[in-house]
Every structure is written in C-alpha cells, then in structure tokens.
Ligand binder design. Structure first.
Ligand SMILES: [Zn+2]
Ligand SMILES: [Zn+2]
Length: 280
C-alpha cells in the first residue's frame, strides 16, 4: 500500500500549480490531489510587487497550508512557494522552490526543494521595439509570458498576460504613450502557469519531496525519515584534520524520535583544497 493511499491532499493555488504537482504526488503516494481555489493566494504576496510578501518563503507556504486546512475537510495539505533573485555569490539569476506538505493526522511537516539557476527571471528598460523583441526571444517568449509597465518597475498601469506578439506590440505602444521617459519596463512573468521553466522546477521540488517521504523510519516505519542535522568535519586527505565538508548526516524520525547516522556521505576524505591547514 502506498503511503497516502485513499487519502485526499488539498493544494491551494490559483496559478495552476497542480499541473506540476498532481501527477507526481498521486502516482508516488496513492493520494487524490484536490485543488482549492476559493482563496486568492496573491493576497500573500506577488512577484510583481503589487502585494509585498510579508513573511518568509517557508512561513508563506505554511500560511497557505493553514488556509487550505480551514477551507477543506482534508487532513493533508500541500503548498508551493517560490523565490527569485541573484545567486548569493555570483551575478546569475537564482530560483528557490519549496513544496511543503503537512499531514494533520501525524503532525508531519516535510518540504521538498529545487534550487538552481535554471530560470528566465529577468527584466529590461527600453524605448525601442527591436530591443523588446531581442529581450522577448532571450527569455523564451511567447511560451513564457511577459509583464509590462510604463517607465519603471513601479510604473502604472501594469499589463499582464502578454502571451503573443500582437499583445506584446499593443502593450509596448500603450506603455510608451503613458510613459514620461518614453521607456517601458518589461519583466518575465514568474507565475507558474505563465512560466514553463518554473513549472518544471516546481515538479523537481515535488520529486525531492517524494524522495524524503519515501524514506521510512527503520524502527517504527513512519514515512519521512529525514536529515535533521548536517555535521561538518570530513578528514583532510593530506593531514587528516577536520575540513569544512560534511562528515555525517543525522536522520531523525518525527514520530518515535529514533535517530541514525550516515557517516562519510561524500567520501572518506576531503580534498586538501577544503582544509584550513593545507589550504588556508
Ligand atoms: Zn520512527
Ligand atoms: Zn589538511
């Protein structure tokens, strides 16, 4: 029997995230995924800065799950929340996707993640049409939609759902007319249904969630036997002193609290380049 066989899982979304989550979750866990769209998730924050996200990414996902529990009779809920920005160390665009599941029956909370640079997240300010076309082609338009405003990132009105070249040209002329500087602000639309690359990343985060769910506690067999601590100190290959690399993972069962260690998850020794002594 699969882990959620015969149970309903409710997903709160108005951006069709079920396209990414439903097939993976249903086939792996035996659940039925039910979409709840009676709540406007944009109230919790939008990528276009119309509504600022007040809580952290994880807290926002938890908030969505709380709302889904309230609105539905289901006792398992799932939420997805993404963020976009720059890589912490390099000027490349970066996407972090979280898919958070909560099972009220056992009070289990598990999340899957995708983290990487595979995103078209970008914007441009321009006053000329060829540059608009060049930007559009670079970010995968028209399969990936665009958003446009006059002048700058806070300009009004905002034109969304630009999904074809006719739309794009009309939006450009409309925004230019309203613009004080003659320029328009164009950005990629990061809403899941308007962005196939993001949809794919949500699917990858869902797969990561499934991997975590499928690991069972060796003692009580509860699902979701998870890494709760990462311990550094893999010995250096040259001097055997502890390095910055991972020495072991600690797994803990959320139900019976049984713990296990996985030692040397990344090899027996660290390359000397990670050693404070050999490579200070
Ligand atoms: Zn257990
Ligand atoms: Zn060393």
């Amino acid at each position: 029997m699969k882990v959620f066989q015969g149970r309903n899982v409710v997903l709160l979304t108005k951006h069709k995230k079920d396209i990414a989550i439903k097939p993976i979750l249903e086939s792996a866990t035996g659940c039925s995924l039910i979409v709840e769209n009676r709540f406007d998730t944009d109230k919790l924050g939008t990528f276009t800065r119309d509504v600022e996200r007040k809580k952290s990414q994880l807290e926002t996902a938890r908030e969505k799950n709380r709302v889904a529990l309230k609105l539905s009779k289901a006792d398992i809920v799932i939420a997805s929340e993404g963020s976009f920005g720059s890589h912490p160390m390099a000027p490349i665009p970066w996407n972090l996707e979280i898919v958070l599941l909560y099972d009220k029956q056992t009070q289990t909370e598990i999340f899957g993640v995708y983290e990487g640079s595979d995103t078209n997240f970008d914007h441009i300010i321009t006053n000329d049409w060829p540059s608009v076309l060049q930007f559009a082609s670079k970010v995968g338009f028209p399969s990936h939609q665009l958003i446009m405003r006059p002048d700058k990132e806070q300009g009004k009105p905002v034109i969304k759902d630009i999904d074809g070249f006719e739309n794009l040209e009309a939006a450009f002329h409309r925004c230019q007319k309203r613009s004080k500087s003659g320029s328009v602000f164009i950005e990629t639309d990061m809403r899941a249904y308007a962005n196939p690359t993001r949809m794919k990343n949500i699917a990858l985060a869902t797969q990561n969630l499934i991997e975590k769910i499928n690991r069972h506690c060796p003692k009580c067999n509860a699902y979701g036997f998870m890494i709760t601590e990462v311990v550094k100190g893999l010995p250096c290959e040259m001097c055997q002193w502890p390095s910055e690399l991972t020495l072991k993972y600690i797994y803990q069962c959320h139900l019976c609290k049984h713990t296990e260690e996985e030692i040397y998850p990344k090899g027996m020794n660290a390359s000397a380049q990670y050693c404070h002594w050999c490579n200070p």
